[in-house]
Design a protein around this ligand. Structure first.
Ligand SMILES: [Zn+2]
Ligand SMILES: [Zn+2]
Length: 111
């Protein structure tokens, strides 16, 4: 039994098999979101990261070479977003939090 995580934007409890996790890589910073829509105000509100190592080790991370928003090749620093859906982990990577925000605003993978 793990303690529920809290959405970095609204403070709602987020179950381990639900919601979104964002990580800045390399680094020890993370954020948690109860829903994709809350990424947008979080970025616009100065993207306050929490210190800490990734809660979920995003699978297939090495495979993420391009930004899901602009398609540009990722540099040394990237932002990773992991969608937790039950046992499933869906990973997207971005060149910056700005592109994470643009992608989330457009509805993510369902745009
Ligand atoms: Zn929230
Ligand atoms: Zn980009």
């Amino acid at each position: 039994m793990t303690a529920a995580e809290i959405c970095s934007w609204c403070g709602t409890a987020v179950e381990a098999d639900d919601g979104y996790r964002a990580y800045e890589q390399p680094g020890e910073r993370r954020a948690v979101f109860c829903r994709l829509e809350h990424v947008v105000p979080w970025v616009l509100g100065d993207a306050h990261w929490e210190a800490g190592s990734p809660i979920s080790e995003p699978p297939g991370l090495e495979a993420e070479h391009t930004c899901s928003q602009c398609g540009e090749r990722l540099g040394d620093v990237r932002v990773v977003l992991v969608h937790h859906r039950g046992e499933g982990r869906i990973t997207d990577a971005f060149c910056s939090v700005d592109h994470l925000e643009a992608w989330a605003k457009a509805g993510g993978r369902w745009q």
